[in-house]
Design a protein around this ligand. Sequence first.
Ligand SMILES: Nc1nc2c(ncn2[C@@H]2O[C@H](COP(=O)(O)OP(=O)(O)OP(=O)(O)O)[C@@H](O)[C@H]2O)c(=O)[nH]1
Ligand SMILES: [Mg+2]
Length: 313
Amino acid sequence: MQLVKLLLQGNRRALARVITLVENDEKEKLGILQALYPHTGNAYVIGVTGAPGAGKSSLVDRLLAEARTEGLSVGVIAVDPTSPFTGGAILGDRIRMQEHALDPGVFIRSMGSRGSLGGLSRSTRETIQVLDAFGKDLVLVETVGVGQSEVDIVRAADTTLVVLTPAAGDSVQTLKAGIMEIADLFVNNKADLPGVERTFAEIRAMLDLRSEQPWRPPVIKTICTKGSGLGQLWEAIGAHRAHLAADNRLHEERQLRVRLELAGEVEHLVKSKIWEEIRERVSLEGLIQQIVDRQRDPYSVARELLELINFPF
Ligand SMILES: Nc1nc2c(ncn2[C@@H]2O[C@H](COP(=O)(O)OP(=O)(O)OP(=O)(O)O)[C@@H](O)[C@H]2O)c(=O)[nH]1
Ligand SMILES: [Mg+2]
């Protein structure tokens, strides 16, 4: 496969094309991902999540700069589930990260929800693997922390940063429980704004309520617009990475991730196959209308559909 060969040689255009194939779920995708898989497992993945406007892109931009200072090559994925555009035109991000975009050690990609038939979290995970195989040392993934698919995306990260700000409606209580649990580090951004001490205290109080865990997420104040607190944050990320590396934790985490990935792949295959078979035999529209009209019920119809395709259960 010429495209895979080019990508592994470090060809950026091949990289961009492969990511587009992955995002659009093209039929070549499977073969490409299979060929790339042996070359993955080297990139360190940092997930950045938080409410809209919390400063995630500004943070990613700053982290990129820290990573580049250390000579690390970096891939950035900005996931925008609300964006109707493919290959996502998040204009603000584009403008801010333009400086980095010219840097050959940096590859930036935005992903919208269109075209990702297998779901956004699936195509994001696959894109992480592509960037990993390409040879990126670090992959930064920005997601808006609102839904389950974002939580799933963040699960693909080695270190997860949750960004909170003093802004109204962005308090600890309003965050989804799942997101609080996956945070390895809390970034208390916009520390130049009033109310930052309260947010800081709220996060710490929430952490105090938790049972003792091997890693207590640090809370770091940052002002991304000025770059303050970034050195401290970078160090804290390094400390978390060292924590994972100790006692075989990273290995265990990655085993768990592969277990989830494998289960996800099996479920995906089963699901798509079942629907394909069902759609070949019946049109759902009539049945749906009958259920809406209360002539039928969803419970028996679901079972009937599976009997129709001889599904063993
Ligand atoms: N005052 C202040 N403003 C900040 C800080 N960090 C980011 N901002 C501003 O907050 C706004 C949103 O920043 P972004 O980095 O785009 O936030 P985001 O979380 O990526 O936003 P979405 O991707 O739209 O969810 C911008 O106007 C930034 O300039 C900060 O530390 N202090
Ligand atoms: Mg953003």
